[in-house]
Design a protein around this ligand. Structure first.
Ligand code: ZN
Length: 351
Protein backbone atom coordinates (compact mmCIF):
# COMPACT_ATOMS: atom_id res chain seq x y z
CA UNK A 1 0.00 0.00 0.00
CA UNK A 2 2.79 2.35 1.04
CA UNK A 3 4.80 1.80 -2.17
CA UNK A 4 1.73 2.25 -4.26
CA UNK A 5 1.02 5.58 -2.60
CA UNK A 6 4.57 6.80 -3.28
CA UNK A 7 4.28 5.75 -6.90
CA UNK A 8 1.05 7.62 -7.22
CA UNK A 9 2.65 10.67 -5.65
CA UNK A 10 5.67 10.45 -8.02
CA UNK A 11 3.29 10.14 -10.91
CA UNK A 12 1.53 13.30 -9.82
CA UNK A 13 4.84 15.18 -9.56
CA UNK A 14 5.92 13.93 -12.99
CA UNK A 15 2.61 14.96 -14.47
CA UNK A 16 2.96 18.35 -12.78
CA UNK A 17 6.51 18.87 -14.10
CA UNK A 18 5.58 17.82 -17.64
CA UNK A 19 2.63 20.15 -17.46
CA UNK A 20 4.86 22.98 -16.19
CA UNK A 21 7.50 22.41 -18.87
CA UNK A 22 5.15 21.94 -21.78
CA UNK A 23 2.29 24.24 -20.90
CA UNK A 24 3.93 26.65 -18.46
CA UNK A 25 1.16 26.01 -15.96
CA UNK A 26 3.25 25.99 -12.79
CA UNK A 27 2.51 28.83 -10.40
CA UNK A 28 6.19 29.77 -10.71
CA UNK A 29 6.13 30.13 -14.47
CA UNK A 30 5.09 33.49 -15.92
CA UNK A 31 1.58 33.36 -17.33
CA UNK A 32 1.98 36.65 -19.15
CA UNK A 33 4.72 38.49 -21.02
CA UNK A 34 5.02 42.25 -20.75
CA UNK A 35 6.86 44.91 -22.67
CA UNK A 36 6.69 47.59 -19.99
CA UNK A 37 8.59 50.86 -20.61
CA UNK A 38 8.77 51.40 -16.83
CA UNK A 39 10.20 47.94 -16.07
CA UNK A 40 13.72 49.25 -15.42
CA UNK A 41 12.71 52.21 -13.26
CA UNK A 42 14.05 52.14 -9.70
CA UNK A 43 11.15 53.93 -7.98
CA UNK A 44 13.30 54.69 -4.93
CA UNK A 45 16.09 56.50 -6.75
CA UNK A 46 14.79 57.82 -10.07
CA UNK A 47 13.63 61.45 -10.07
CA UNK A 48 10.75 62.99 -12.06
CA UNK A 49 11.42 66.03 -14.28
CA UNK A 50 8.97 68.27 -16.16
CA UNK A 51 9.55 68.72 -19.88
CA UNK A 52 7.93 70.77 -22.63
CA UNK A 53 9.07 69.75 -26.10
CA UNK A 54 7.12 72.12 -28.36
CA UNK A 55 7.71 75.83 -27.76
CA UNK A 56 7.68 78.94 -29.93
CA UNK A 57 9.46 82.27 -29.54
CA UNK A 58 9.92 85.46 -31.56
CA UNK A 59 12.38 83.44 -33.63
CA UNK A 60 9.27 82.22 -35.48
CA UNK A 61 5.63 83.14 -34.75
CA UNK A 62 5.73 83.17 -30.94
CA UNK A 63 5.08 86.31 -28.89
CA UNK A 64 7.80 85.87 -26.26
CA UNK A 65 11.52 86.31 -26.81
CA UNK A 66 13.63 83.18 -26.25
CA UNK A 67 14.95 84.63 -22.95
CA UNK A 68 11.43 85.47 -21.69
CA UNK A 69 10.10 82.03 -22.65
CA UNK A 70 13.02 80.22 -20.98
CA UNK A 71 12.58 82.30 -17.81
CA UNK A 72 8.86 81.58 -17.59
CA UNK A 73 9.34 77.84 -17.90
CA UNK A 74 12.20 77.97 -15.39
CA UNK A 75 9.93 79.77 -12.87
CA UNK A 76 7.33 77.00 -13.24
CA UNK A 77 10.04 74.42 -12.39
CA UNK A 78 10.34 72.88 -15.81
CA UNK A 79 13.67 71.04 -15.95
CA UNK A 80 13.75 70.20 -19.66
CA UNK A 81 12.80 72.54 -22.50
CA UNK A 82 13.12 72.50 -26.26
CA UNK A 83 12.58 75.73 -28.24
CA UNK A 84 11.09 74.39 -31.46
CA UNK A 85 10.54 77.36 -33.72
CA UNK A 86 9.18 76.77 -37.21
CA UNK A 87 11.98 76.34 -39.72
CA UNK A 88 9.86 78.17 -42.31
CA UNK A 89 9.26 81.43 -40.39
CA UNK A 90 11.05 84.17 -38.53
CA UNK A 91 13.45 87.06 -38.83
CA UNK A 92 16.56 84.92 -38.79
CA UNK A 93 15.47 82.59 -41.57
CA UNK A 94 17.34 83.14 -44.79
CA UNK A 95 16.20 80.75 -47.49
CA UNK A 96 19.31 81.38 -49.56
CA UNK A 97 21.43 80.17 -46.66
CA UNK A 98 19.52 77.30 -45.09
CA UNK A 99 22.67 76.16 -43.31
CA UNK A 100 22.42 79.22 -41.05
CA UNK A 101 20.12 79.68 -38.08
CA UNK A 102 18.50 76.32 -38.36
CA UNK A 103 17.44 76.17 -34.74
CA UNK A 104 16.83 78.57 -31.84
CA UNK A 105 20.13 77.49 -30.39
CA UNK A 106 22.22 77.65 -28.29
CA UNK A 107 20.46 79.38 -25.39
CA UNK A 108 23.64 81.39 -24.72
CA UNK A 109 22.90 83.30 -27.96
CA UNK A 110 19.86 84.68 -26.11
CA UNK A 111 21.64 85.37 -22.82
CA UNK A 112 20.57 82.24 -20.99
CA UNK A 113 22.66 79.35 -19.64
CA UNK A 114 20.77 76.09 -19.02
CA UNK A 115 23.32 74.91 -16.42
CA UNK A 116 22.94 77.97 -14.22
CA UNK A 117 19.14 77.66 -14.50
CA UNK A 118 19.34 73.99 -13.51
CA UNK A 119 17.77 72.99 -16.81
CA UNK A 120 18.54 70.74 -19.74
CA UNK A 121 18.08 72.45 -23.10
CA UNK A 122 17.32 70.27 -26.10
CA UNK A 123 18.12 71.57 -29.53
CA UNK A 124 14.94 71.28 -31.56
CA UNK A 125 12.89 72.52 -34.46
CA UNK A 126 9.41 72.24 -35.92
CA UNK A 127 9.88 71.14 -39.51
CA UNK A 128 6.86 72.91 -40.94
CA UNK A 129 6.70 72.76 -44.70
CA UNK A 130 4.66 69.54 -44.73
CA UNK A 131 2.87 67.95 -41.73
CA UNK A 132 4.68 69.47 -38.78
CA UNK A 133 7.36 67.27 -37.25
CA UNK A 134 9.28 67.92 -34.04
CA UNK A 135 12.98 67.34 -34.59
CA UNK A 136 15.29 66.94 -31.56
CA UNK A 137 18.96 66.54 -30.68
CA UNK A 138 20.13 67.95 -34.01
CA UNK A 139 20.31 71.21 -35.96
CA UNK A 140 18.20 70.31 -39.00
CA UNK A 141 15.91 72.99 -40.33
CA UNK A 142 15.79 73.11 -44.09
CA UNK A 143 12.39 74.28 -45.33
CA UNK A 144 12.87 72.89 -48.85
CA UNK A 145 11.40 69.43 -48.45
CA UNK A 146 8.77 67.69 -50.55
CA UNK A 147 7.62 65.02 -48.11
CA UNK A 148 7.46 64.08 -44.45
CA UNK A 149 9.65 61.08 -45.32
CA UNK A 150 12.38 63.40 -46.61
CA UNK A 151 12.39 65.26 -43.29
CA UNK A 152 12.47 62.01 -41.30
CA UNK A 153 15.32 60.65 -43.44
CA UNK A 154 17.35 63.78 -42.73
CA UNK A 155 16.59 63.76 -38.99
CA UNK A 156 17.77 60.13 -38.95
CA UNK A 157 20.97 60.99 -40.82
CA UNK A 158 21.67 63.59 -38.14
CA UNK A 159 21.07 61.06 -35.37
CA UNK A 160 18.05 63.00 -34.13
CA UNK A 161 14.70 61.97 -32.70
CA UNK A 162 11.31 62.94 -34.16
CA UNK A 163 7.77 63.39 -32.85
CA UNK A 164 4.70 64.04 -35.01
CA UNK A 165 3.14 67.32 -33.90
CA UNK A 166 -0.66 67.85 -33.70
CA UNK A 167 -1.47 65.07 -36.18
CA UNK A 168 -5.19 65.90 -35.95
CA UNK A 169 -4.61 69.01 -38.04
CA UNK A 170 -3.91 66.85 -41.08
CA UNK A 171 -5.94 64.34 -42.96
CA UNK A 172 -3.80 61.22 -42.80
CA UNK A 173 -5.00 57.65 -42.37
CA UNK A 174 -3.98 55.31 -39.58
CA UNK A 175 -2.23 53.18 -42.25
CA UNK A 176 -0.11 56.18 -43.26
CA UNK A 177 1.07 56.62 -39.67
CA UNK A 178 1.65 52.90 -39.19
CA UNK A 179 3.87 52.87 -42.29
CA UNK A 180 5.88 55.82 -40.95
CA UNK A 181 6.37 54.20 -37.54
CA UNK A 182 7.43 50.95 -39.23
CA UNK A 183 9.95 52.76 -41.41
CA UNK A 184 11.52 55.13 -38.88
CA UNK A 185 12.68 53.81 -35.48
CA UNK A 186 13.82 57.33 -34.54
CA UNK A 187 10.23 58.53 -34.96
CA UNK A 188 9.40 57.87 -31.34
CA UNK A 189 5.90 59.20 -30.93
CA UNK A 190 2.92 61.34 -31.46
CA UNK A 191 1.42 64.39 -29.75
CA UNK A 192 -1.82 63.33 -28.06
CA UNK A 193 -2.31 66.65 -26.25
CA UNK A 194 -1.39 69.91 -27.97
CA UNK A 195 -1.92 73.50 -26.76
CA UNK A 196 -4.43 72.42 -24.13
CA UNK A 197 -6.45 69.84 -25.99
CA UNK A 198 -6.99 71.11 -29.52
CA UNK A 199 -7.17 67.74 -31.24
CA UNK A 200 -8.78 65.24 -28.91
CA UNK A 201 -9.19 62.73 -31.78
CA UNK A 202 -5.42 62.22 -31.68
CA UNK A 203 -5.85 59.79 -28.78
CA UNK A 204 -8.21 57.70 -30.93
CA UNK A 205 -5.65 57.68 -33.73
CA UNK A 206 -2.89 56.78 -31.25
CA UNK A 207 -4.87 53.78 -29.96
CA UNK A 208 -5.57 52.64 -33.53
CA UNK A 209 -1.86 52.87 -34.40
CA UNK A 210 -0.93 50.90 -31.25
CA UNK A 211 -3.43 48.22 -32.18
CA UNK A 212 -2.12 47.89 -35.75
CA UNK A 213 1.50 47.85 -34.59
CA UNK A 214 0.98 45.42 -31.70
CA UNK A 215 3.81 42.93 -31.63
CA UNK A 216 6.10 45.19 -33.69
CA UNK A 217 6.83 48.32 -31.68
CA UNK A 218 5.34 50.82 -29.26
CA UNK A 219 4.66 54.49 -30.00
CA UNK A 220 4.84 57.09 -27.23
CA UNK A 221 2.23 59.77 -26.48
CA UNK A 222 3.40 63.32 -25.74
CA UNK A 223 1.64 66.35 -24.24
CA UNK A 224 3.10 69.71 -25.30
CA UNK A 225 2.11 73.36 -24.89
CA UNK A 226 2.87 74.31 -28.52
CA UNK A 227 3.20 77.68 -26.81
CA UNK A 228 2.95 80.80 -28.99
CA UNK A 229 1.44 83.17 -26.39
CA UNK A 230 3.20 83.10 -22.99
CA UNK A 231 0.19 84.70 -21.29
CA UNK A 232 -2.41 82.14 -22.31
CA UNK A 233 -0.73 78.98 -23.63
CA UNK A 234 2.15 78.29 -21.25
CA UNK A 235 2.11 75.56 -18.62
CA UNK A 236 -0.93 73.43 -19.41
CA UNK A 237 0.81 70.48 -21.07
CA UNK A 238 3.97 68.71 -20.07
CA UNK A 239 5.73 65.37 -19.86
CA UNK A 240 7.21 63.86 -16.69
CA UNK A 241 10.49 62.11 -17.48
CA UNK A 242 11.81 59.51 -15.01
CA UNK A 243 15.60 59.72 -14.94
CA UNK A 244 18.35 57.92 -13.00
CA UNK A 245 20.43 61.10 -13.32
CA UNK A 246 19.92 64.53 -14.78
CA UNK A 247 21.74 64.58 -18.10
CA UNK A 248 20.89 65.15 -21.76
CA UNK A 249 21.86 61.51 -22.46
CA UNK A 250 19.32 60.25 -19.94
CA UNK A 251 16.65 62.64 -21.30
CA UNK A 252 17.17 61.17 -24.74
CA UNK A 253 17.02 57.58 -23.46
CA UNK A 254 13.80 58.27 -21.54
CA UNK A 255 12.22 59.79 -24.65
CA UNK A 256 13.33 56.85 -26.83
CA UNK A 257 12.24 54.18 -24.36
CA UNK A 258 8.97 55.75 -23.21
CA UNK A 259 10.12 56.23 -19.62
CA UNK A 260 7.79 59.15 -19.01
CA UNK A 261 4.19 60.16 -18.36
CA UNK A 262 2.16 62.85 -20.11
CA UNK A 263 0.16 65.51 -18.26
CA UNK A 264 -2.74 67.77 -19.17
CA UNK A 265 -3.48 70.41 -16.53
CA UNK A 266 -6.65 72.17 -17.66
CA UNK A 267 -6.05 75.39 -15.71
CA UNK A 268 -2.29 75.26 -15.99
CA UNK A 269 -0.38 76.30 -12.89
CA UNK A 270 -3.25 78.49 -11.66
CA UNK A 271 -5.52 75.58 -10.80
CA UNK A 272 -5.19 72.50 -8.65
CA UNK A 273 -2.07 70.43 -9.33
CA UNK A 274 -2.77 67.38 -11.52
CA UNK A 275 -2.33 63.94 -9.91
CA UNK A 276 1.01 62.17 -9.76
CA UNK A 277 1.98 58.61 -10.60
CA UNK A 278 4.35 57.24 -7.94
CA UNK A 279 4.85 53.75 -9.34
CA UNK A 280 3.60 51.36 -12.02
CA UNK A 281 4.63 47.71 -12.02
CA UNK A 282 3.66 44.65 -14.01
CA UNK A 283 3.74 41.13 -12.56
CA UNK A 284 4.13 38.49 -15.33
CA UNK A 285 3.44 35.62 -12.91
CA UNK A 286 0.05 36.92 -11.88
CA UNK A 287 -0.83 38.90 -15.00
CA UNK A 288 -1.39 42.00 -12.92
CA UNK A 289 -0.42 45.66 -13.38
CA UNK A 290 -0.47 47.88 -10.30
CA UNK A 291 -0.38 51.66 -10.30
CA UNK A 292 0.22 53.87 -7.29
CA UNK A 293 -0.96 57.47 -7.66
CA UNK A 294 -1.36 60.56 -5.50
CA UNK A 295 -3.98 63.31 -5.57
CA UNK A 296 -6.29 61.36 -7.86
CA UNK A 297 -9.97 60.62 -8.15
CA UNK A 298 -10.04 57.80 -10.66
CA UNK A 299 -7.82 55.50 -12.75
CA UNK A 300 -9.00 54.26 -16.14
CA UNK A 301 -7.30 51.41 -18.00
CA UNK A 302 -7.60 51.57 -21.78
CA UNK A 303 -7.20 48.80 -24.38
CA UNK A 304 -7.82 49.58 -28.06
CA UNK A 305 -9.50 52.86 -27.15
CA UNK A 306 -11.99 51.33 -24.68
CA UNK A 307 -11.99 51.61 -20.89
CA UNK A 308 -11.64 47.99 -19.76
CA UNK A 309 -11.16 48.51 -16.03
CA UNK A 310 -11.09 51.16 -13.30
CA UNK A 311 -8.95 51.12 -10.17
CA UNK A 312 -5.31 50.88 -9.14
CA UNK A 313 -4.86 47.19 -10.05
CA UNK A 314 -5.81 45.50 -13.29
CA UNK A 315 -5.98 41.71 -13.62
CA UNK A 316 -5.44 40.96 -17.30
CA UNK A 317 -7.23 37.59 -17.21
CA UNK A 318 -10.41 39.54 -16.46
CA UNK A 319 -10.29 41.59 -19.63
CA UNK A 320 -11.29 40.34 -23.00
CA UNK A 321 -7.99 40.52 -24.83
CA UNK A 322 -5.09 38.07 -24.62
CA UNK A 323 -2.61 40.12 -26.63
CA UNK A 324 -2.37 43.89 -27.02
CA UNK A 325 -1.42 47.12 -25.29
CA UNK A 326 -2.88 48.70 -22.19
CA UNK A 327 -2.44 52.21 -20.81
CA UNK A 328 -3.68 54.02 -17.73
CA UNK A 329 -5.10 57.52 -17.34
CA UNK A 330 -5.23 58.99 -13.82
CA UNK A 331 -7.72 61.83 -13.26
CA UNK A 332 -7.52 64.52 -10.58
CA UNK A 333 -10.25 65.81 -8.29
CA UNK A 334 -11.58 68.20 -10.96
CA UNK A 335 -12.12 65.12 -13.17
CA UNK A 336 -10.35 66.91 -16.05
CA UNK A 337 -6.66 67.29 -15.25
CA UNK A 338 -4.82 64.06 -15.76
CA UNK A 339 -1.59 62.16 -15.99
CA UNK A 340 -1.28 59.18 -18.31
CA UNK A 341 1.09 56.28 -18.80
CA UNK A 342 2.63 55.04 -21.99
CA UNK A 343 1.28 51.78 -23.44
CA UNK A 344 2.40 48.49 -21.92
CA UNK A 345 2.35 45.53 -24.27
CA UNK A 346 0.96 42.28 -22.81
CA UNK A 347 0.58 38.74 -24.07
CA UNK A 348 -1.01 35.72 -22.42
CA UNK A 349 1.40 32.74 -22.52
CA UNK A 350 -0.98 30.06 -21.23
CA UNK A 351 -4.57 29.51 -20.15
ZN1 ZN B 1 4.20 74.50 -33.13
Amino acid sequence: MKIKRINKSNGMITLFLVCALVFGCSVHTPQWAFDNPYAEVDWQTYQAYKANLHTHTTMSDGKGTPAEVIDRYARLKYAILSLTDHDTLGPERDRDHPEQHRTTWPWQTFGRDPDSLGMIAIEGNEISRRDHIGSFFNDYGNPNIDSEQEALDEIGRRNGLAILFHPGRYNKSVEWYVDLFRSYPHLIGFEIYNQGDRYSGDRTTWDAILKDLAGERLVWGFSNDDMHNPETQLGRNWNVLLLPDFSAEQVRLAMENGVFFYVYSVDGHQGEAPPEIRRIESDPRKGVIRLSAHGHERIDWIVEGEIVHQGDRVQLSKIDTANGTIRAVVYGADDKSLIGTQPIRFQRLSD
